[in-house]
Design a protein around this ligand. Structure first.
Ligand SMILES: Cc1cc2nc3c(=O)[nH]c(=O)nc-3n(C[C@H](O)[C@H](O)[C@H](O)COP(=O)(O)OP(=O)(O)OC[C@H]3O[C@@H](n4cnc5c(N)ncnc54)[C@H](O)[C@@H]3O)c2cc1C
Length: 399
């Protein structure tokens, strides 16, 4: 295929897609457009850095399939290109009877998704691994790990450019012209004539969908949920050896405040999941009138708040009051105190919601003529990015 393909959005999904398109169609010309001065400035550069192996996701769902094949591919990619990563495993901790039942269900889910080596730990085994964790029941997930996603993105970018692809930074694509089976993109004095575009714009995907297709309604609405982290101070780093996760509420796609050892050796606790007043707003004082107005006048969001008022207030509280954040961390590691950690980074999740207020759990991609739109690629989108790219090519381009 000697076609011209534009990928819009230079996060890890856009980069993986551009890279895989080049591998699949070596004679095609690939352009990747990114509005920022750097790649991966948003979700892909502001996440937990965890390699998720497919524990949480509904068997048969896209997330389950693409997390399982995605982590395998990502590990292979990291090994091949000497990218820092480690399969250190994680423990998922149930703090009470109710959570123990959820943990049993989670283990069954993991098994159904084909995960090997899942193992409920005895009190002693847990103590040997994570001496400061207190649990009613705990599950070891040996296949999970940590990685430097920035290095992954740098390598993808290098490979794309080595193979004659073009990466155009500081190039925001606000509109396109779609006529006679061709797509025309203008930016400043430059113009590109393309055969196909893939929209991977993360937090803006509902808006770019409308702008590119000229449909007045997007199939989903992106609601931004900020995740805030705290960094453990050196004297508290002993409180976590590897990855320590709570049992997540099955109603939400968020995994809950967890302890993470990063690939650079630092340790973090977070993230919460707070409604963000700005799509790319990384602190609780950042505000965008447009973003807030659009969320607050969306029936789906109002339904979500109505149905999940306690959850929403709890997360907001954990953003404002360190003590509320601390309570979430203490559930896993009771010895942690607020003097043990300081504000760290934050990321904002692009979470798709429908008009009833339901959070869309699964990945979602659609094709509209010669446009492919990645409408929902939340966690584990970074782990699964190479598999998401394969899926896009297999289902929406090759067919
Ligand atoms: C707090 C947090 C923790 C997470 N933890 C993990 C984890 O541990 N493991 C995991 O696998 N996943 C995790 N995730 C999810 C993961 O980060 C995302 O699934 C993934 O990064 C999505 O990548 P993306 O390329 O779709 O989006 P993004 O990284 O947001 O990239 C979209 C890009 O599009 C660009 N863009 C937008 N509009 C335009 C336009 N009009 N023109 C040009 N460019 C445009 C943006 O600038 C941006 O660079 C986490 C996410 C968050 C927020």
């Amino acid at each position: 295929m000697s076609k011209k393909i534009g990928v819009i959005g230079g996060g890890i999904v856009g980069l993986a897609t551009a890279y895989k398109l080049q591998t699949e169609y070596p004679s095609a010309k690939i352009y990747l457009f990114e509005k920022e001065d750097d790649l991966g400035s948003h979700q892909s550069g502001r996440n937990s850095g965890v390699l998720h192996c497919g524990l949480y996701y509904e068997p048969g769902s896209l997330k389950a399939k693409l997390a399982v094949s995605g982590i395998e591919q990502m590990i292979e990619f990291c090994n091949h290109h000497s990218i820092d990563h480690e399969i250190c495993g994680k423990v998922v901790v149930a703090s009470n009877r109710r959570e123990s039942v959820f943990l049993d269900n989670l283990a069954a889910r993991g098994k159904a998704n084909g995960l090997n080596g899942l193992n409920f730990l005895s009190k002693q085994e847990l103590k040997d691994r994570e001496p400061f964790v207190v649990a009613e029941k705990s599950l070891l997930v040996p296949g999970e790990g940590i990685v430097n996603y920035k290095q992954v993105m740098d390598k993808l970018s290098q490979l794309i450019q080595d193979n004659n692809g073009e990466i155009l930074l500081h190039t925001r694509i606000s509109e396109i012209e779609d006529r006679n089976n061709k797509i025309f993109i203008k930016h400043g004095s430059k113009e590109w004539e393309l055969d196909l575009i893939i929209n991977c714009t993360g937090l803006h995907t509902d808006r770019t969908y409308k702008a590119f297709t000229k449909n007045s309604v997007s199939p989903v609405r992106i609601i931004p949920f900020r995740g805030e982290y705290y960094k453990l101070l050196p004297e508290a780093e002993k409180l976590c050896n590897h990855l320590i996760y709570p049992v997540p509420d099955p109603e939400f796609p968020f995994l809950g405040v967890h302890f993470t050892r990063m690939i650079n050796g630092e340790k973090e606790v977070g993230p919460n999941a707070v409604f963000a007043f700005k799509r790319e707003g990384y602190s609780n004082t950042e505000f965008s009138l447009r973003d807030t107005y659009e969320s607050l006048t969306y029936m789906g969001f109002l339904n979500f708040i109505r149905l999940n008022f306690r959850f929403s207030m709890g997360e907001l509280g954990s953003s404002i009051f360190k003590s509320m954040f601390l309570a979430k961390a203490k559930k896993l590691v009771p010895e942690i105190e607020s003097r043990h950690f300081v504000k760290g980074m934050a990321g904002v999740r692009a979470q798709a919601m429908d008009s009833t207020g339901k959070l869309i759990m699964d990945f979602r991609v659609i094709r509209n003529g010669n446009q492919v739109h990645v409408l929902n690629a939340p966690s584990p989108g970074a782990t699964a990015s190479l598999a998401i790219a394969d899926y896009i090519i297999q289902e929406y381009i090759r067919k």
